[in-house]
Design a binder for this molecule. Structure first.
Ligand code: SF4
Length: 351
């Protein structure tokens, strides 16, 4: 089922599925029991553009903390539960807007029923998550290894358990660190279920490899019209996940807004410290809610051409740069003042 046709699911005050915009999620890496640290991190995530946040709930104390955390944040809060069904119920009772469970590790049917009943009573969705690392032995044997087909069967089995309990307020996630297997699993399951899909490449790695794997995997999946909410998983500051997720969506044309920075790779013609400047510009532009393109180019050979196509641009020279706006050179600026000159233009942007 492609994103225009998946069921809509309400998570707090946000809606996913049914063609609604793809929402960006992240997960805190603080101790959930530490309310102050968790709220501080969620606020940084909110400021970066996170739209749904997940916290792990391994203890009763963490479940109780959810209530306090929720009062201090603006985005929906999802509780991540492993193994202990009592934590799922406690999280629901303490105001979680959604819970993420793998019914396979929650235990007996009675325990799953208790969790489903609690979610049903409050009308909160359940994300059914399966992960290639914990695929059932029978499915590994049936498919001769961990495969996309096995992951899909596992996910649909779990969904059926909950549907049979009379609840279909569901989101599905299938995670694998094998990018191509993950993409294939999403293609297969999209044809088989109307439930919205939460998409991500799990255990993708550090900033460098995680970003590349996530961009490739999410690119393949989202470009086929599959996926209703995403998370880029990175070993690092979760704020980086939000920056990457936004860029992936924008690159795929699935989201507009924000300043796009293009910069040249630099070469022997570059006579200014363009690498530092481009990085500084990329960080600076996140402060401005504009929908424009900024070019940071190293020289006057190709630079002006590229900068001309952008709304605002710099073409570097010898210790200076040309500042360009809508294809016209506005003025020459000494290298040390280029960042400030760009900032000034953005602060006064009115067209
Ligand atoms: S824009 Fe100029 S400095 Fe940058 S890569 Fe092209 S030729 Fe080199």
């Amino acid at each position: 089922m492609y994103r225009d046709h998946t069921k809509t699911v309400k998570i707090g005050d946000r809606v996913i599925g049914g063609g609604n915009p793809i929402l960006i999620q992240s997960m805190t890496n603080t101790r959930t029991e530490d309310v102050e640290a968790t709220v501080a991190q969620i606020r940084r995530l909110e400021a970066a553009g996170c739209e749904i946040v997940r916290c792990t709930v391994p203890t009763q104390e963490a479940a109780v903390a959810l209530r306090k955390i929720k009062k201090q944040i603006r985005i929906p809060l999802v509780a991540d539960i492993h193994f202990d069904y009592r934590m799922a119920i406690a999280a629901i009772e303490n105001g979680a807007d959604k819970i993420r469970i793998n019914p396979g590790n929650i235990g007996s049917p009675d325990r799953i029923r208790a969790v489903v009943d609690a979610a049903k009573e409050r009308g909160i969705p359940i994300r059914v998550g399966v992960n290639s690392g914990s695929l059932e032995k029978e499915l590994v044997e049936k498919y001769h290894g961990v495969t996309a087909e096995g992951l899909v069967e596992s996910a649909l089995d779990k969904v059926k358990i909950i549907e049979d309990l009379g609840y279909d307020n569901l989101v599905i996630s299938i995670k694998s660190s094998n990018v191509m297997m993950c993409a294939k699993a999403h293609e297969l399951i999209a044809d088989k279920t109307p439930h919205p899909l939460h998409v991500g490449i799990t255990e993708a790695g550090t900033l460098y490899s995680g970003n590349i794997k996530s961009a490739v995997g999410l690119g393949i999946i989202l470009s086929q019209g599959i996926g209703d909410t995403i998370r880029v998983s990175l070993t690092g500051d979760p704020v980086e996940e939000i920056k990457s997720a936004k860029l992936i969506l924008r690159t795929l044309g699935l989201r507009t807004g924000g300043i796009e920075v293009v910069s040249c790779p630099t070469c022997g013609r570059t006579k200014i410290d363009l690498i530092s400047l481009a990085n500084e510009v990329e960080t600076m532009v996140t402060e401005f809610p504009l929908n424009i393109k900024v070019a940071v180019m190293g020289c006057v050979v190709n630079g002006p051409g590229e900068a001309r196509e952008a709304d605002l641009g710099i073409a570097g020279g010898q210790g200076e740069g040309l500042l360009m706006k809508h294809g016209e050179v506005i003025r020459k600026v000494p290298e040390g003042e280029l960042l400030g000159a760009l900032r000034h233009e953005l602060e006064n942007w009115n067209e």
